[in-house]
Design a protein around this ligand. Structure first.
Ligand code: SF4
Length: 262
């Protein structure tokens, strides 16, 4: 695949997850760059993330629920008509209900932690690292630095808490970031936290050098698999329940060929 030969292979947590779930979906998204409609859950996730980023940028005493709701209203007034923010199927009829659900997620956030007590060091922090022939990159929602110098990485999630059997998979993005923190800055974060706003709940992990070395090997193997797929232009479609929410179903050979045969 020329594109992959001319440019460095880049992986973020979401693109790596995309390849692991379905190489064909990865190709549609990362190689062909097909447009994707903004879904309501995606748009809600972006909006709530942006509100929490702005809230953490305020002085600790101002990080209140009322301030969060005001920021939500202000942000939606600013971006609500932008097609990159607004779900395609949102109309005047269901908009308030959809916004109310975003307010509920923010209310849940305050049940989990008091943001006025947090020592926030970085927000939406862009990190990257060259690993063998793959460039790892991503954006960490929040980094706190404790008085002993240790780092805590936090990622907000607007989906549901995963089943116990899926918890390790859910921590993939944070382990990815922890590896970059270690390799780029020499710091193994003390704690990785997934803050689930729907349920609400917090899942935590404590990475170690041993687990990060194992994860690094996993990333190297994944990079080799992506490179092989690119070199042979062989992007296997991997049908699964994920297909039901895949925006590329209409272009996917696994579905279009099955329909043609029917
Ligand atoms: S429809 Fe299913 S098989 Fe096809 S690209 Fe999407 S996830 Fe993969």
């Amino acid at each position: 695949m020329e594109l992959m030969e001319e440019t460095r292979l880049q992986l973020s947590p979401s693109s790596a997850t995309s390849f692991k779930s379905c190489p064909q979906m990865f190709k549609f998204r990362q190689i062909d760059c097909l447009p994707e409609p903004v879904s309501r859950p995606q748009a809600r996730g972006s909006l709530v993330h942006a509100v929490l980023e702005r809230l953490m940028g305020e002085a600790p005493a101002s990080r209140t629920p009322q301030q969060a709701y005001s920021l939500l209203d202000a942000l939606w007034a600013e971006c609500g008509e932008d097609p990159e923010w607004r779900p395609e199927d949102l109309d005047a009829h269901n908009e308030q209900e959809w916004l109310q659900e975003s307010r509920r997620l923010l209310a849940n956030y305050f049940k989990l932690e008091d943001p006025g007590t947090l020592d926030v060091a970085r927000l939406e922090w862009w990190v990257e690292y060259e690993l063998a022939d793959v460039h790892l990159r991503g954006v960490i929602d929040r980094v706190e630095e404790r008085s002993d110098g240790s780092w805590v990485l936090t990622d907000y999630k607007t989906g549901r808490v995963p089943l116990e059997s899926r918890e390790l998979a859910a921590s993939f993005g944070l382990r990815f970031y922890a590896l970059m923190c270690w390799r780029s800055f020499g710091v193994i974060p003390e704690e990785l936290r997934l803050v689930y706003l729907t349920d609400p709940a917090i899942l935590t992990w404590r990475p170690t050098e041993r687990t990060l070395i194992a994860f690094e090997r996993q990333m190297q193997a994944l990079a080799r698999a992506v490179r092989r797929a690119a070199d042979s232009d062989d992007w296997r479609a991997r049908p699964s329940p994920l297909c039901m929410s895949c925006p590329f179903q209409g272009q996917c050979p696994a579905w279009t060929e099955a329909e043609a045969e029917a």
